[in-house]
Design a protein around this ligand. Structure first.
Ligand code: HEC
Length: 252
């Protein structure tokens, strides 16, 4: 029994390691859904338009992404490849790491495995966490990643928040007045963007969902196979049990 308990403790230990990732920064929870193809398609469009100029995705291939997300290859090639890359190539970009480090203070990292590294909730919160800060060279700072080198590239969509946004701050209702505190992400914008707060949250959900997919493109397939494996184990158990009973039948 003791051995069993020790084995169980070791089996659940890695889960605590995962939970520890990104501790200490404010975060809003994000639950990825790789079965939501429409969300992933909007995500890849956002990524290609707003992120790929700086960030590569060098462990993913255009063709694989197109197929997994249900986008016809010719449509993908026409609308989501801006270079002369072919559909079978890896999703690299041509930004030189050392030059980029000079421009931004740090090179934009490859984002294929970012959601694995930081977790989906971190990425979702980070993308919604920019605010105006004139002491920074880019004019913005981030509540999740203080003094980040990345500019607020989505300012035309979100607008620019004048104060620290309420990332990871739950909304609360004042008991006497009934006023809702922290109900919105940003209480005061310096400039407006083209999206409402709800639309921007949805767009960042889609973008994070796409980054979650690239970090683990076989998740759906794994879950589908997992069910068959469990069914197999359940059926196998019956035979193993009967065989075991047969073997031990005459031992007293
Ligand atoms: C103008 C170039 C540029 C663009 C465009 C850009 N980024 Fe960045 N990004 C950077 C730089 C530079 C860093 C590194 C910042 C640092 O380490 O201080 C960074 C860092 C990040 C990080 C954190 C990486 C880490 O350290 O874990 C994430 C996540 C990220 N970017 C996502 C995005 C997404 C999503 C988009 C598209 C909406 C995007 N970026 C567009 C330049 C860019």
């Amino acid at each position: 029994m003791r051995k069993l308990i020790v084995a169980f403790v070791f089996a659940v230990l890695p889960a605590f390691g995962l939970a520890a990732g990104g501790a200490g920064v404010p975060m809003d929870h994000m639950e990825p859904d790789h079965a939501n193809k429409a969300s992933l398609q909007r995500g890849v469009a956002l990524f290609t338009n707003y992120c790929m100029g700086c960030h590569s995705m060098q462990y993913a291939r255009y063709k694989r992404v197109a197929n997994d997300l249900g986008i016809p290859e010719d449509l993908y090639e026409q609308n989501l490849i801006f270079t002369d890359a072919k559909i079978g190539e890896l999703m690299k970009n041509s930004m030189k790491k050392d030059m980029a480090a000079g421009w931004f203070g740090a090179p934009p990292p490859d984002l294929t495995l970012e959601a694995r590294l930081r977790g989906e909730s971190w990425v979702y919160s980070y993308l919604r966490g920019f605010y105006k800060d004139d002491t920074r060279p880019t004019g913005v700072n981030n509540v999740v990643f203080p003094n980040v080198g990345m500019p607020h590239v989505l300012v035309s969509l979100q607008g620019l928040c004048g104060v620290k946004p309420n990332v990871g701050v739950p909304a609360s209702v004042e008991p006497l007045s009934g006023n809702i505190n922290n109900g919105e992400l940003c209480p005061s914008y310096v400039s407006e963007g083209s999206m409402s707060e709800a639309e921007f949250d949805q767009a960042m959900y889609d973008l994070t969902n796409f980054l979650s997919y690239t970090a683990d493109p076989v998740k759906l397939e794994r879950e589908r196979l997992g069910i068959f494996v469990l069914i197999f184990v359940a059926i196998f158990f019956v035979f193993a049990y009967l065989l075991n009973r047969e073997y031990w039948k005459d031992v007293h």
